[in-house]
Each structure stands twice: as structure tokens, then as C-alpha cells.
Design a protein around this ligand. Sequence first.
Ligand SMILES: [Zn+2]
Length: 216
Amino acid sequence: MECDPREHIRRAAASAMQMFYEVSCTSSEYVKRKLWLYATAPECPWCAASEGCSLRGNGFYSRVEPAGTRIRRFLCRTVGRTVSLLPLCLASHKTGSVDRMEEHAHSAESHSIYKVAQEVEFEGAAHGGGVPGRALYRQVTRSVVAVAVFLALMRGMWPDRFAHLRPRVSDFRRHLGTDRVLVELRSLFGEDLREAPTPIGLRRERISAQLVAGYG
Ligand SMILES: [Zn+2]
């Protein structure tokens, strides 16, 4: 019988889960201090707590950026599924950090996305690499849209706290008194963000191309 690789990927994704690892460091600190080594097993999210399942260490996996990043993974032996602990600073199912996404979105509130992408391109070139031109523009746009969608969702999910704010980084920074809004919101709401889409929340759902195309 032939095996469809897409089906294999779908099954693998359905049997793996990400949870937040409650560390408030930046992504470079996470790598420098190798904080994945200190991640301890959470309560098993696959089993009812009453079953007393305890997760077993199941190694690590690597991420491209920042170089050297590892993510701690655990296995539930009862159902044979895994849980990985994503530090608050890293994007979910996407390369890079949420701090960087926040910086792009914040810059785009006072400059055009084109200008933000240009700055990122200069920065990449200065470090001898980076994504060129049009691809970078799309990447920055997706990032800016994802942040705006996420903040709009936060207003909807917690109207008592955020309904009076615009879905803008500057408004949330002022209100929360931090320049790391996305990390702060992840820390405040934790597993409730399973209802919010990746790369900031934990629910795997792509933001539609129409939404990205229609932004700005
Ligand atoms: Zn379990």
C-alpha cells in the first residue's frame, strides 16, 4: 500500500502538541543559557489528570533560528503522543521570535511595511545574509498581519481588559507597561491561547492569503 506523505505529516501533527515553557527570556538568552535543558515535564495534556499519567522525556528537536535552538519534548506513554515545550519568546510553527514580529508590527504602525522590510533587508545584508526583496516584503507583511489579528483576538477574548484598546502594539505596550507585549500576553493567558492561531497562539490555522493581501 502506498503511503501518502501528506497524510503522514497530518498524522504526525495531530499526535504532537506544543505547550508554553514559562521562561521570559529573549530567544538569544534562551540559546545562550541552553534553557531547554531545564524544562520539566508538565501535566500530561493528552490524559485526564485523574489517570495520573506522567510524561517521559523524549529528547529535543532543533529550530533554525536562532542558530543552536533546541526544544524539549516529552512523550505520553499512555496514548503515544508527544508534547513539546515552546519558550514564550519563540513563534509557534514558524521560525524566529515573537519579539521580532512585535518589532516589525510596531515599526509598521508609524512607517510603511515597505520601509520596515527595507530596514530588515539592510540589517540582513549587514550580517551577510537575509531574505531579499519581494519575499522579505511578504514575510514582514505576514508577520504584521499576524500581530494585528492576534491583538484583535485578545480584545475579543478579554473585552473587560482590552476592548478599549486599538489592536496596535503601541496601545498594548502602553496599557501593559512593557515593550514585550506578545511574551507578556502569552505568559498571562498561557494555555487559553490554544484558541488563538499560530504563530503567536497555539492553534494551527493559517491566516488567509486574502487577509494578508488586503492589509494596508
Ligand atoms: Zn498522558
